[in-house]
Design a protein around this ligand. Structure first.
Ligand code: GLC
Length: 593
């Protein structure tokens, strides 16, 4: 708590009307709110949901959009106070919404690197690529401790080990927020709390665990990140023993704010307050009184303003609670120096040439190298020889969209290479090191040539949130941040089993067909989580967990050819078809080079 900031907070608060206070507590989504409405309703923040981008989705389009929102928010006179708004996005593995960004491995791969300093460097570079688009706030890091691999958001978790998550949380906040200077952005710890603890891994489900376990496993990783000065925290969709976090006074106020002394702001998740009560007014009353400060109400923000205003006027929400929420919002904006920053179009890093630069991509490639886990290795098939006759096959071999996974340009990710500009597919990386390699995705021409070895790149397709869940088909997925135009019928879970040979039988068939020709197979498995792959492993001479490596697939080739050694270690247990652990957390072979 900085006395000078607190003085400014009180000075601003004393000038604010109820309408201005309620406006500051409101966050709309860019598709549902204009700069004029930001001005007229005194809006405190605007966000982009996953995949929601302005214009051609280039940095210049984002800077222009943010400049317009910012200019509207600082208009003064005629009942207006110049309080600059904060723009928030999900830059969770680079500035992943925007075309041409450096896309880093998702958290599950970074956890396998066991390298907090790498995380700090990634966060610092991510901050620069966020600032290149005129944005000041990212909803990251995710500090979920995923415990059930059926959850659709396992890949957003660094590990099932809370200590590893804790070490990364501190590093990521320090990298993002730095000295809160020109090159730094506002961090957001999410999702508070217990998102990775739900029964059966059901997204937005119930964490039915004791307070002791909640503290030990899911709250503990937040402590170093809070000590590092994280300015914001996002409430979680899940419930804890049947009570939704968004309406949970003990979690939001008694523990986070009172016991842990958090002085920043708590933001709700996308329409998260709707799950607190079916009556919108009641949902507002309960969630604001429980301790939510800023409300992510993407398309219902006008109803929210009406309801909260009515609730205050009816005495159902004390003005002291409103003032506490607005103090926190103002404190974050003042601590970040937002009032002193120029308009987005005039900021140091806006449209920076470092965006998507070779230097940034080199860091991402280093992260890929360190994230790969060699699960199984027989007959010394690795490292590969650049002069060998190499077949490269598999649906994920030349597919930058698949290797990036969800939350990449589109909310659910993409397929093919078109939307991932810059970077290299795994195939392109192999081709760079071994120009004689042959890409034959379906291995349709095994007779045409003889090969010394085959690299078969298979695994999962992209998904995000509940649409990545493994659950019975009749259990529909909660909406989450699904675009409004995505019909509910499309919100279906990814699969009903973690057994890959059932989900993608063609992958095993491909490995076996190649192996039947006497060609040793190195399988590279692209996935957002540990998947049951006993059969695929048995049919391969080597099996590499590549996770979701992001745009720099060349990092996979670097390790396959021994340019750098395998060093990744599992951040989660990897199960076998018998339901037992096949490879434990910490497992990872080396190639001895
Ligand atoms: C989503 C996610 C959250 C994200 C938010 C904004 O539903 O739960 O992680 O930050 O909405 O896109």
């Amino acid at each position: 708590m900085d006395p000078a900031i607190e003085t400014q907070v009180e000075a601003w608060l004393s000038r604010m009307s109820l309408a201005q206070k309620v406006g500051q507590m409101t966050q709309g989504e860019r598709q549902h709110i204009t700069p004029e409405q930001v001005r007229d309703f005194h809006i405190g923040s605007v966000l982009s949901g996953g995949g929601s981008a302005p214009g051609e989705n280039r940095p210049a389009d984002w800077v222009a959009m943010n400049d317009a929102y910012w200019a509207a928010s600082v208009e003064s006179g005629d009942g207006l106070l110049p309080i600059p708004l904060l723009y928030g996005i999900d830059a969770i593995h680079g500035n992943n919404n925007v075309l041409g960004a450096t896309v880093f491995p998702h958290n599950i791969g970074l956890g396998a690197a066991r390298d907090p300093d790498l995380i700090r460097r990634i966060a610092a570079v991510t901050a620069k690529e966020i600032l290149a688009t005129g944005v000041e706030w990212t909803f990251a890091p995710t500090l979920a401790v995923a415990r059930d691999m059926r959850w659709g958001r396992v890949y957003e978790s660094y590990s099932s080990d809370p200590d590893l998550v804790a070490s990364y949380g501190r590093a990521f906040v320090e990298g993002l927020q730095g000295s809160l200077g020109d090159g730094d952005v506002v961090a957001c710890l999410k999702h508070w709390v217990g998102d990775g603890a739900t029964t059966d891994g059901i997204d937005q489900g119930d964490a039915a665990i004791s307070e002791e376990d909640l503290r030990r496993l899911h709250i503990a990783p937040y402590l170093p990140a809070l000590e590092a000065g994280a300015l914001t925290v996002m409430a979680s969709y899940n419930s804890w023993n049947g009570v939704k976090c968004h309406g949970h006074t003990r979690l939001l106020t008694e523990i986070l704010k009172d016991e842990l002394g958090f002085q920043g702001l708590v933001v709700s998740d996308w329409n998260g307050i709707d799950q607190v009560h079916e009556d919108p007014l009641e949902a507002v009353v309960q969630s604001v009184n429980a301790g939510i400060d800023l409300f992510m109400v993407p398309d219902t923000w006008q109803r929210f303003i009406h309801d909260l205003t009515a609730a205050v006027e009816a005495g159902r929400v004390p003005m002291a609670r409103i003032d506490d929420a607005v103090r926190r919002i103002l404190r974050v904006k003042l601590a970040y120096g937002l009032f002193d920053r120029p308009r987005p179009a005039e900021r140091t890093w806006s449209n920076s040439a470092s965006y998507g630069s070779a230097e940034h991509r080199a860091l991402a490639r280093e992260a890929v190298q360190k994230s790969l886990v060699l699960l199984d290795h027989r007959e010394d098939v690795l490292p590969l020889s650049k002069g060998a006759r190499i077949l490269v096959a598999g649906r994920n071999a030349d597919n930058r969209g698949h290797q990036c996974g969800g939350f990449t340009v589109a909310w659910q990710g993409s397929s093919g290479n078109a939307l991932i500009e810059g970077g290299t597919s795994i195939w392109e990386g192999i081709q760079q090191l071994a120009p004689g390699a042959v890409l034959d995705v379906d291995a349709s021409d095994l007779d045409g040539a003889s090969y010394d070895v085959a690299v078969v790149v298979i695994g999962e397709s992209p998904y995000a949130e509940g649409m990545g869940d493994i659950r019975p088909a009749d259990k529909k997925v909660a909406r989450g941040s699904a675009p409004a135009d995505l019909p509910k019928a499309d919100l279906v879970p990814y699969a009903q089993t973690l057994q890959h040979r059932i989900n993608r039988p063609e992958d095993l068939a491909l490995i076996e067909r190649i192996a039947a020709r006497g060609i040793p197979v190195v399988t590279v498995f692209v996935s957002g989580r540990p998947v049951i792959t006993d059969a695929e492993i048995a049919a391969s001479q080597a099996f590499v967990a590549a996770w979701l490596p992001g745009s720099e697939g060349g990092g996979v080739a670097d390790v396959l050819f021994g340019e750098v050694p395998f060093r990744g270690r599992l951040g989660f247990d990897w199960a076998g078809v018998d339901g037992k652990t096949r490879f434990t957390l910490g497992h990872g072979l080396s190639t001895g080079n």
